[in-house]
Design a protein around this ligand. Structure first.
Ligand code: ZN
Length: 274
């Protein structure tokens, strides 16, 4: 491949900068070598790119001697991705559930203090879709309390063990009386869970087909299971409860005031780890 070479004169050193070598979806950028950075391996660490890729983009070896002030081209991956696992990973080019910053959306409300509402495009699409359709199906229902998704770039989030790679969301239970103000201020019990409405939301996620786990507490799980058992037309959904053939819905002791939904790795996301 022939490419146009642009000659730049920096600090009396003549360098050739290759044409954009970046794959589609990556941003073409320039970086200046700093004092103490001797070769592409040194600067690759700072730019968070692989040394051999940086060397290739600049048509040099990974051990090529660099000078302070020299310019290197590099490529920054801007494609959305859930990188790594939910308990160790991060989020790249995520989407904010609360893009307009008003702490509410169609069918949901959150505390104004909560800003960790970033997820993969697939996560945000699924949550937005199910909560908005819930509101359409039950216009009088209170808005669902939206809890944490992930930080903008993912990574460790508060006391959560997961929520690091944009594929987890916490949603307040639908109780009588309801949670209010965007806070998880009601625990779910067998007797106060609005099983019909809660099941509608859970079923919406199951029907979309990209849910890996849903965690609830025992009383909420029992109430949902009783509801599904009471409706013959829902019998095929029993397979999603723990012990079934496609177990997705499990109970634990922690999820007293919210349920936790984990989504599958996005299709074609090769950096995502289940
Ligand atoms: Zn959670």
């Amino acid at each position: 491949m022939t490419s146009l070479l642009v000659a730049l004169t920096i600090a009396s050193t003549v360098m050739t900068i290759p044409d954009n070598p970046c794959p589609s979806g990556w941003k073409y950028m320039l970086a200046e070598v700093r004092a103490g950075e001797r070769d592409p391996t040194d600067i690759a660490r700072r730019l968070m790119v692989k040394p051999d890729m940086l060397a290739d983009w600049n048509r040099m070896s990974v051990r090529e001697r660099l000078q302070k002030g020299q310019l290197l081209v590099f490529c920054k991956d801007l494609r959305p991705a859930s990188v790594g696992s939910p308990s160790r990973g991060r989020l790249r080019a995520g989407v904010n559930m609360d893009a307009d910053g008003d702490s509410r959306g169609c069918g949901w409300v959150k505390s104004p203090l909560r800003t960790t509402t970033w997820g993969t495009p697939e996560t945000v699409a699924a949550v937005s879709d199910c909560l908005c359709r819930f509101k359409t199906r039950f216009p009088g229902a209170p808005d669902v309390t939206l809890g944490d998704l992930s930080r903008q770039g993912g990574g460790r989030l508060g006391r959560h063990l997961s929520h690091r790679s944009g594929r987890d969301v916490d949603l307040g239970y639908i109780t009588n009386p309801p949670q209010s103000g965007g806070y998880f201020n009601r625990n779910a019990r067998y007797g106060n869970l609005d099983a019909e409405k809660q099941w509608w939301i859970v079923k919406c996620f199951l029907d979309r087909g990209n849910v890996r786990f849903i965690f609830l507490n025992w009383p909420a799980l029992s109430a949902l299971k009783s509801f599904v058992k009471s409706r013959p037309e829902l019998s095929s959904y029993m397979r999603f409860f723990s012990g079934g053939s496609s177990p997705v819905i499990s109970a634990d002791r922690e999820h007293r005031n919210h349920l936790h939904v984990r989504f599958d790795c996005p299709p074609d996301d090769i950096e995502c780890i289940e």
